[in-house]
Write a protein that binds this ligand. Structure first.
Ligand SMILES: Cc1ncc(COP(=O)(O)O)c(C=O)c1O
Length: 407
């Protein structure tokens, strides 16, 4: 991979702030966008700013065709059997909420999650527990924060077929660790449970083959994989989507309506209520094409190289603790760390102010994990394939200086 050449595709790398380049290490929140994605968004607004799937004039037909092309590109990218298994949402959160509100979950039904879920895959189950008496069970992680398959098997066994859904974070935004999804799915199916994967941090970084993996549902966000802000995907097996009731209803979800009733369209249309984010959909299609060109293996290799460098460099900082497995190979592009009695927000603020190094600090929408352990928060650097070793050096050098002062 020629990183310098790749970086030319990203306009942000051509800008600086106060004469210093930007070191963008907040990719788990949103990635940057290449020129092709930005152009696709502009092209929509400049050349065919119309509705898709409704009107049938020339501009509308172009939008419909381009959106369906994007759907096909995304389906192929994640190994879905057919494009109708791809539902456009706003983000991962909406996809998870769609499943939480559409699956028939009743009193006594069990939903199993990990103990390090993003709030997007925690709050919906807590609400169902409060409102409907659904039981939420949590698999505690191993001491190194990796997934405990044996504990999971115990929970499935003791629940005797009452687990209706295993809903888990595929790759954690907290520490970058990935769960053994294939085994989890196999075990869940043996006990009659469906599986929903929160793939927000997995889809941008590793090859997903939905068909081979056999997950029933998967939610992810376009803005974490070079796509425009506020566009997401919910994947679902077609035969399951056919049976699911939509969460949002209204315009373009029905074949017809009368004063007395309506008939829903087949998936994905019945789940895509109201006017859609056409520029977002078309932009996401371009983002996926770009990722395919780079190759997910190359992306993972670059992330590992950078993560290994940072991990080795910061391991020598006294009292610094990295959250998750010690081996960077098990943490994708994420380095989440804290030093007791040092405020992680201060670290992030000073890195930004003095060196334009942009990371995230706090509890990363995984408050439950931090609160249960009495840890105030962490500083999190999240990398992507366009980041470089030079940027990692800037990060490490400045981090060491800051910690010297704050300690
Ligand atoms: C693991 C994980 N799940 C869910 C989400 C929520 O994503 P979104 O805000 O795009 O819905 C995030 C966002 O950071 C995430 O990292």
């Amino acid at each position: 991979m020629d990183i310098e050449k790749i970086r030319q595709d990203f306009p942000l790398f051509k800008t600086d702030i106060n004469g210093k380049p930007i070191v963008y290490f907040d990719n788990a929140c949103q990635t940057l966008r290449p020129r092709t994605v930005i152009n696709a968004i502009s092209e929509y607004y400049e050349k065919y700013p119309a509705c898709g799937g409704r009107s049938s004039h020339k501009l509308a037909n172009t939008v419909t065709r381009k959106c369906e092309e994007a759907r096909k590109t995304i389906a192929k990218f994640i190994g879905a059997k057919r494009k109708e298994e791809i539902i456009f949402t706003r983000n991962t959160t909406e996809g998870i909420n769609l499943i939480a509100n559409s699956l028939e979950l009743n009193r006594g039904d069990i939903v199993v999650t990990t103990d390090k879920e993003h709030n997007s895959n925690l709050i919906p189950w807590q609400i169902l527990a409060e409102k409907k008496g659904v039981i939420h069970k949590i698999v505690p992680s191993k001491p190194d924060n990796s997934f405990d398959l044996e504990k999971f098997k115990e929970i499935m066994e003791e629940s005797r077929g009452d687990v209706k859904l295993t809903a888990m974070v595929f790759t954690s935004n907290l520490d970058g660790a990935t769960i053994p999804a294939k085994e989890i799915i196999k075990i869940s199916h043996q006990y009659g449970a469906k599986v929903l994967l929160d793939a927000a941090q997995a889809a941008p970084h590793q090859k997903i083959d939905a068909d081979k993996l056999d997950a029933d549902f998967m939610a992810f966000s376009g803005h974490k994989m070079l796509g425009p802000s506020g566009i997401g995907i919910l994947y679902g097996k077609h035969r399951l989507l056919e049976k699911l009731e939509p969460f949002l209803t209204g315009g373009d979800t029905v074949e017809y309506s009368t004063y007395g009733g309506h008939k829903f369209l087949p998936p994905p249309e019945k789940f895509e209520a109201g006017l859609q984010d056409y520029a977002g959909i078309i932009g996401l299609g371009e983002a996926i094409k770009y990722l395919e060109k780079i190759g997910l293996k190359n992306i993972a290799a670059q992330e590992y190289k950078l993560n290994k460098f940072i991990t080795e460099e910061i391991a020598e900082i006294p009292r610094l603790k990295i959250i998750g497995p010690t081996n960077p190979a098990s943490r994708g592009g994420i380095i989440s760390f804290y030093i007791e009695d040092v405020d992680s927000h201060q670290i992030a603020l000073i890195l930004d102010e003095t060196a334009n190094v942009m990371i995230r600090s706090g509890q990363h929408c995984a408050h439950s994990w931090f609160n249960s352990r009495g840890i105030k928060g962490s500083a999190r650097a999240s990398l992507y394939f366009y980041n470089t070793l030079d940027e990692c050096r800037v990060f490490v050098q400045n981090l060491k200086k800051i910690i010297d002062v704050l300690n």
